[in-house]
Ligand binder design. Structure first.
Ligand SMILES: [Fe+2]
Ligand SMILES: [Fe+2]
Length: 163
């Protein structure tokens, strides 16, 4: 059994929280405080999770040739996720377009975390040494906390994105 089990369990714990928030958001309707609060909570939580995941895990995997491609793929999905969150925040909550965009984001994000859990993490585990694992354990929670303090809802329509 690998020592990496702890850090991957920690990341999956966050994913489970995200799945719950998605379930709760799917249950909302119209421009309500509940929908607004949940979207803000989900946005800050997921942006800080993704940033800390990049700093703790993907920065390490990028340095290892066998996992470089998987890493690029995941980091590109984080970027798309940020754009989708910003686009959703810029969409009128009382319109039917909001739920359509939410459903797409829900689908894409669940696909992303399922892929991390089922394909990437087991693969990454084979390439991690004890120093990598110690680094990841040290960095993830600290970075997530710091990222959470600065994470924001930044409404921006998809077509207007600058990058
Ligand atoms: Fe991720
Ligand atoms: Fe993740």
């Amino acid at each position: 059994m690998s020592n990496a089990e702890g850090i991957f369990a920690r990341l999956k714990e966050d994913h489970d929280d995200h799945r719950k928030l998605l379930d709760e958001m799917a249950d909302t309707s119209g421009e309500t405080d509940r929908r607004k609060d949940l979207l803000e909570k989900f946005t800050k939580e997921v942006k800080s999770h993704a940033a800390a995941e990049e700093q703790a895990l993907y920065s390490t995997m990028l340095r290892k040739p066998p996992t470089t491609d998987e890493t690029r793929h995941s980091v590109a999905e984080h970027h798309e996720l940020n754009e989708a969150l910003n686009d959703l925040a810029a969409t009128d909550m009382s319109s039917s377009a909001w739920m359509a965009k939410f459903k797409q984001l829900d689908h894409d994000y669940r696909h992303h975390i399922n892929e991390e859990e089922e394909d990437h993490f087991p693969d990454f585990e084979k390439h991690l040494n004890d120093d990598d694992i110690a680094h990841m354990e040290k960095v993830f929670d600290r970075r997530k906390e710091e990222e959470q303090e600065s994470a924001e809802v930044t409404p921006e329509k998809k077509g207007d994105a600058k990058e």
